[in-house]
Structure formats: C-alpha cells, structure tokens
Ligand binder design. Structure first.
Ligand code: APR
Ligand code: PHB
Length: 397
C-alpha cells in the first residue's frame, strides 16, 4: 500500500488532518488501533474554541455542531460561595461552542467514510521505520494480515500512549512535564443543566466543574486524589460532594439525575520537543498534554494539524519545505502559551494537597484580580476563547 501521508490515530488531530489534506487533494490513510464504536463513544472534553468551531464549519463538517452544539458567551468562576461571570463575548467579541469531542470525531469519521476515503480501524501492532529517509514505512496487522504502508510523511496523531513518539531514537526528543497531586473524577448525568454557562469552582474541599452536553445531559467534575479508585465513589457520594462544592449563596445547585458514566482522569502537563523527527511529524496529545482546566486539549491538537496541513499543502504544490521546517517551532509557540494558561487555571482553582494556607491566599488574590480587573479578565477570556488559528496555514481562504 502507498499513500502521500500516513496518519496514525483517529482522534481529533488525525481526523482533522486527513480532512484538510483531502480538501487539498492530498492522499492519506488513517490507521486507528481501536474500533469505530470505541472511538465514537469515548467521553472526552467538550469545549470548542471560536477558531476550532469556525474551522469545522468552513470545511464542511460543522452541520451537526451548528444544530446541536451550544454557543456560550461567558463562563462563571465560583469561590467563597459566590459566582462571578467572565463575559467572554463582551471581552473578546468571540464565543465558545459546547459540543462533545466524540461528536466531533463522529462527524469527521462520517465525512471521511462518506467520501470513500481510507480509514482503517482495528489496526494492530503499528510500527514505524525509515523515518530519517524520504520513504518512511508503517507496518501494521489488520484482519490477521501483515500490511506495509509507504508514504512521503508520517503524522503521529496517536495520543499520549501512542507508538509514534516512541519510534524516535533516544536522545533526540526532550520532554518537559509536571504531574499534579490530584485527578478529576468525571461524571456524565442524565439531568438538565442547572446553569446556562460552565461554572469553575474553587472550594476548600477541592475544585469542581459544572458543564453540560445537551439540554438534558450534565457533565460534572470533582477534584480527587491522583490514585482515586472510582469504586469508592457510589452515586450518592458523588452527588453529596457536588452539592457541597458547587452550591452558591445565590441558590445555584446541580440537578441530580442518573449517572451515565464516571471515570478518573489524571492531571498532567507534558511537552515533547521538537515535534518532528525526519519525516515524522507529531501532533496533538502525541506531542503534548495539558490539564483539562482550560479546556484546551482538543483545540490544541486541531491547531497543530492546521499548521501541518498548511505546510504539507505548500510542500506538495511547490516543493517549498519552509513550512515543514518551521512546523515544530510554529506549533510550540502556541503550545507553550496554552501550557501556561492551562497550568495557571489549574493552579488557581485546585485545593493543594498540603492545604498550604499561603497558597490558598494567593489563589484567592488571583481570583479577586480576574473577577475585578478588566485586564486580568480579558487575558483569561482571550485564552479561553482561543488564540487565533492561522487559517491560511490550514489552506483555507
Ligand atoms: N496505532 C494507531 N492508533 C493509535 C495507536 C497506535 N499505536 N495508539 C493510539 N492510537 C489512537 C487512539 O486510539 C486514539 O483514537 O490514536 C488516537 C489519538 O487520539 P486522541 O487521544 O484523542 O488524541 P488527539 O487526536 O491528539 O486529540 C487530543 O484528545 O485525549 C484528548 O484531552 C485530549 O482533548 C485532547 C484530544
Ligand atoms: C467538559 O465539558 O467536558 C469540560 C469543560 C470544560 C473544561 C473541561 C471539560 O475545562
């Protein structure tokens, strides 16, 4: 088998890349280790930056998002029993769209398969070789057969636990990381959202987040210990803790409902540099992870592949390698700004393990600034709705 670009991983990064390349007439084969059913039902984050929603819309995969996604013009920060609104739209002129990552993935898979383009699920034992040559090779097993795929370029979009980053020889990549002394317990509940906007709460007992997926489904998160066993969280305990942390003096409280899904997500920040080795380009979680507090993971993955698609389009059209040569540098600039924002939101809102009273006062001072100073609020809002995407880089008008 031969293609232009071999894409490993059918998450937001791999699928958006395949979609942008297809629009430009560049061939690709997407390899996904899991089944279609698995990737379409994985519950992940759900906030699309303005630029992400715009990109999906402008490239023809935004119909369902426009119908079912919820446009939010602000978010709430809650502490000391009070909610404070950050007027995202007023401060930036832009909005966010609440629409589950797995819905984005479903729409992209439907578009790809609908167009009859190659997307191979259940691709097992994926291995890369020849990355430092002009004809890299991807081997995998599918339906019990060994398959060899040659390509001009490999896009490593296989998430944090994928094989692409590991295929780079030792000593080439440098990794920067921070593990946080807490995790999130995420809950999906059949309950109408109790507020129109997301509520990020700093509480002495720990962070809590109120979010949603539809007018009938609420998404909630609780700060828990990093090694927390979900078995220790029967539904009654979850609801009691959510009420304790999220209830505010103005009468806001969560609505209870059947728990549809629950799971624990670790919190970490990771950046791997550079995001390229020879003909391998890493994108999304394969290259970097952010803690979910800033809602940036999927957006950052899509920003990477917008840059990569643009560079590949130019390369195929003109042979000019400048965009590919600048890929890692261009992406890492945004990556580090988003790393900082995500770290900052995380450290402002989570109770620390040591219950350090000095740090607690600093968090309150920070929240005070963000809710009282227009400059601080604008900075948060700009980062939250997202830094501008370079649409020209994505080959878009
Ligand atoms: N071969 C093929 N596919 C693989 C392999 C492999 N060896 N290893 C992992 N994969 C697949 C995973 O099953 C997954 O579907 O790669 C895909 C990677 O997708 P994501 O993890 O969604 O990563 P990405 O596309 O970069 O999107 C980042 O996803 O995890 C969230 O919080 C994260 O929102 C962020 C977003
Ligand atoms: C979500 O709805 O899943 C969500 C929202 C905001 C975040 C993280 C997750 O910061």
């Amino acid at each position: 088998m031969r293609t232009d670009v071999a894409i490993v991983g059918a998450g937001p990064a791999g699928l958006v890349l395949a979609h942008l390349l297809a629009r430009a007439g560049i061939g690709s084969v997407v390899l996904e280790t899991h089944s279609r059913e698995h990737v379409e039902s994985r519950v992940r984050a759900g906030v699309l930056e303005a630029g992400t929603a715009d990109l999906l819309e402008r490239t023809g995969v935004g119909d369902r998002m426009r119908q079912q996604g919820m446009i939010h013009r602000g978010i709430e920060l809650s502490f000391g029993g009070r909610r404070h609104r950050v007027d995202l739209a007023g401060l930036t002129g832009r909005t966010i769209t609440v629409y589950g990552q797995q819905e984005v993935v479903r729409d992209l898979i439907a578009a790809r398969l609908g167009a009859g383009l190659p997307l191979i699920f259940d691709a097992k034992s994926v291995r890369l070789s020849g990355l430092d040559t002009s004809a890299p090779l991807v081997r995998f097993r599918h339906d019990g057969e060994e398959v060899e795929l040659t390509a001009d370029v490999v896009a490593g979009c296989d998430g944090h636990h994928g094989v692409c980053r590991q295929a780079v020889p030792d000593g080439v990549l440098r990794t920067y990381r921070r593990d946080y002394p807490y995790a999130w317990l995420g809950v999906l509940a059949q309950a109408p959202p109790a507020s129109e906007e997301l509520v990020y709460t700093r509480h002495e007992r720990g962070f809590a987040l109120f979010s949603m997926r539809s007018p009938a489904v609420t998404r909630l998160y609780l700060q828990v210990a990093p090694d927390e066993d979900v078995a220790g969280w029967p539904d009654e305990r979850i609801w009691a803790e959510l009420h304790r942390r999220l209830r505010t003096n103005d009468g806001f409280d969560v609505h209870e409902g059947d728990v549809l899904e629950k799971g624990v997500t670790p919190m970490r920040s990771v950046v791997t540099e550079p995001m390229r080795y020879g003909r391998l380009f890493l994108a999304g979680d394969a290259a970097h992870i952010v803690p979910p507090t800033g809602a940036k993971g999927m957006n950052l993955a899509i920003a990477d592949v917008a840059v990569l698609a643009g560079a590949l389009v130019t390369w195929y059209a003109t042979g000019d390698e400048a965009g590919l040569a600048a890929y890692s540098r261009t992406c890492l600039r945004r990556v580090w700004r988003v790393q900082h924002f995500s770290w900052w939101m995380t450290s402002m809102l989570h109770a620390t393990d040591r219950d350090d009273p000095y740090e607690h006062r600093l968090q309150l001072a920070q929240l005070d600034s963000v809710t009282q100073s227009l400059a601080y609020a604008t900075s948060l809002a700009e980062n939250y709705v997202g830094l501008p995407l370079d649409c020209a880089a994505a080959g878009l008008p």
